[in-house]
Design a protein around this ligand. Sequence first.
Ligand code: SAH
Ligand code: SF4
Length: 362
Amino acid sequence: MTNKLNIKDLSWEDLNTLTQQLELPKFRAEQIWRGLYQHLAISSEEMKLIPKVQRDLLDKNYRFNSFQSYKKFVSIDGSVKFLFELWDGEKVEAVYMPWHDEEGKLERATICVSSQIGCGLDCKFCATGTMGLTRNLKASEIIDQIITCEKDLGITLTNIVFMGMGEPLLNFNNVMKSIENLSGGPFKKFRRKRITVSTSGVIPGIRKLAELQPPVKLALSLHATTNGARDKIIPLNQKSGGLNPLLLEIEKYYRKTKMPLTYEYIPFKGLNDTEQDAKRLAKIAKRVPSRVNLIPFNDISFTEPTGISASLRPVDDKKMNEFVNQIKSFGGVAIVRDTFGSDIDAACGQLALSEKESTENE
Ligand code: SAH
Ligand code: SF4
């Protein structure tokens, strides 16, 4: 393990300061930036435009890659799950999801990235939640999930969603830095409206995120329309004052950014799947332009759940369709989200955890 900084933790301004300090010509900063973000360099040798003596200067203090190794798992549906091993031996995952239009043409190439190792919020339906929080990821460790995916698969990603392991708004500064580097500098890799941050409802984080200009898209993991039900499955709900202040903050986010919102909702059998739930959900969704994404529950029985986690069951397909139609009949916009990679455990937090358990049991 090395204690060098990762060069992708530098902002465009930082990189300019560094090249000045190293007395490199001014244009080198742009060459390095393009080398990293456009040409996907994960070592200094790959940046052939930079003379060897200058590359050696960079190598002395910086490393170019966050991972000592990674594994990938390819699904029959075209999605690919990456399991990365960081320099401290921790593991983190990302999933590539190709979205095709009706004629089969690739419409979007999305990556779902992780922002933390584990998560401290303990949502009762989430495998990552059972791990607790180990640490925040650095901006470079988020960026390298994207660079490695593009490099490995030989593709250009179009969209980023922060829906992997962790709560992005509780790792605010690193997540912001990764967004700024990926959408700024001399090579703007992603447009902000193609980046979605998903939160389980961290109110101060939503407030700060609204300041980002240009803004990113926001998704709220709502999952329940009453405090009674939400408190049971998302402990943060009670701690942060319940649904009212959260929904007010979400509305403010829309007013400030004019970005349509997404509400994520897993219908659980007998918990949040009645016609009354659909009615309340449509009412919430109509407060500002938004869409409800209904997500089929991914089984987490491999975590050996106890308490309420052990009692959560998915609704069947018939009920899912009925529920989506009910939301629509009450005037909400709703879809059932495509699931990717069920054959490779490509759900939130699952792979890292199952791998960890299998190595611990060896
Ligand atoms: N912490 C953030 C982002 C990571 S979770 C958040 O909670 O929004 C990404 C999404 O996966 C969230 O909508 C979360 O509710 C959902 N999710 C977690 N566990 C799931 C499971 N077992 N089945 C289906 N969706 C799940
Ligand atoms: Fe954390 Fe999101 Fe999982 Fe909740 S759903 S435990 S906030 S990763």
